[in-house]
Design a protein around this ligand. Structure first.
Ligand code: PLP
Length: 293
């Protein structure tokens, strides 16, 4: 696979790139990141991703080493080097090197990296038939923690949930916290449809403010779908007529089974599909065939 790598503003070969061994990103996962999608080499919602990167950095009291405008130019340069691909773009910034010890103190030499990889052809099946998701219980998650809403390099819980989903042959893990509160997917946000009413958990549940989630909430009214953020439970998930998850890379993915429970008719729902079309119309891939076509 061809990987295009920009390290601290320079395009370098991945096998020749090196980062400081004592970087806190490596020692503690002390840093922030973004994942966005490019369509034919054109980044989608880059400004929103850069805004969220800045917010994530603020939440962990980390200063970005360069201005967002420079990061933006570096993303464009990496994409230009990669060519007109549908690509997965990872942008990360660490807190850099400091005194050893958990408290950061003074740090220097932050690492910033942009990794562009061709998007693995999404399994079309996921869009044609929908996916099965597992329900991952995380009863220790009781409201927002100190890094809630920040996309930090510390993704171990998400990795554990994704591993469990993969081990059980499922396409996503949907996480349920304390008191059966519905939260989000391991790498996605979750929406449920009851009748004509679409809902998604609120940000104060401690979830990531997904950029795809925000776009879906924005396009819903034009489809006469009433969409709102509200506190939801596992029971709300299980009685939904349609369920889908959202992320920049996978867009909208219908969920047709939750563990052994079949959602609605067990097929991707018409509202999910209509919302997906409306979302696509916002992207540089507007007008392309939809992934289930
Ligand atoms: C935990 C989590 N929630 C939600 C999302 C979806 O966010 P976005 O739509 O901005 O890609 C992601 C994306 O990776 C995620 O990791």
């Amino acid at each position: 696979m061809t990987v295009t790598l920009s390290l601290n503003g320079r395009l370098v070969r991945p096998d020749e790139a090196s980062v400081p061994a004592l970087d806190r990103g490596l020692l503690y996962g002390d840093g922030v990141f973004e994942v966005l999608r490019a369509y034919d080499g054109v980044a989608f919602a880059l400004d929103a991703h850069l805004d969220r990167l800045c917010t994530s950095a603020e939440r962990i009291a980390m200063r970005l080493p360069v201005a967002a405008s420079l990061l933006q130019a570096e993303v464009h340069a990496a994409l230009a080097a990669a060519g007109p691909l549908d690509a997965h773009v990872r942008l990360l910034v660490t807190r850099g090197v400091g005194e050893l010890g958990v408290a950061p103190g003074n740090t220097r030499d932050a690492t910033r990296m942009i990794v562009v990889t061709p998007l693995a052809p999404a399994s079309q099946n996921a869009y044609v038939q929908g996916i099965r998701a597992i329900v991952a219980r995380a009863p220790w998650l009781a409201g927002p923690g100190p890094t809630a809403g920040a996309k930090t390099l510390n993704y171990l819980a998400n990795i554990a949930w994704s591993r469990e989903a993969q081990a059980r042959g499922a396409g996503e893990a949907i996480v349920v916290g304390h008191n059966d509160t519905l939260l989000e997917g391991a790498t996605s946000n979750v929406f449920v449809l009851h009748g004509a009413e679409l809902s998604t958990p609120p940000l104060d549940a401690g979830i990531l403010g997904g950029i795809t989630r925000a776009a879906v909430l924005a396009v819903a009214p034009a489809l006469r779908v009433s969409a709102r953020e509200r506190a939801l439970t596992l029971a709300d998930l299980l009685r939904a007529d349609e369920v889908f998850v959202t992320s920049s890379v996978r867009e909208l993915v219908p969920v047709v089974q939750l563990d052994d429970h079949v959602v609605g008719e067990g097929m991707p729902g018409s509202v999910t599909r209509a919302l997906h079309r409306a979302y696509r119309a916002l992207t540089p891939a507007a007008g392309r065939a939809m992934p289930w076509e």
